[in-house]
Design a protein around this ligand. Sequence first.
Ligand SMILES: [Fe+2]
Ligand SMILES: [Fe+2]
Length: 149
Amino acid sequence: MKITDVLITEHRIFLSVFDQIEHVLPSLTTPTELRTMAAIIEGMLSGHAAAETNLAYLALDHVLAEKGQLERMHEDHHEIDVRLKKVHATNTCAEMRHLLKTAIQSSREHFSYEEKFVFPFLERKLQDETLTELGRTWLQRSPALQPVS
Ligand SMILES: [Fe+2]
Ligand SMILES: [Fe+2]
């Protein structure tokens, strides 16, 4: 499995988690609950974004004209992270809820952008064997994704 396919699979899982979070968001009424939710999303996205950043660096040697796509990916990661971090520094539940909703919506758009432009670009620039080896390494490091024996 190529690393890009692993990342797309993670997008699918995250999108389903986002739906669940949005469903319960109106019932979260304390800052602690909302900050916990932000921390869960941050934790979920951070390993994923780190893998994408490493992949982008690996492709940088091949990148000249199309580097704008990778820059946008990094900017999106930063923007989503800033929104989630703001939840911890905000005191009203309404504002926290708004930040969480915006971060979730930005993440959905970001996943779609990556799948349409960034991953196909990386697949063009990097060898299939490299992508498959990175996918294998990623899966080995993620105990939750190991097949059940
Ligand atoms: Fe990303
Ligand atoms: Fe992604």
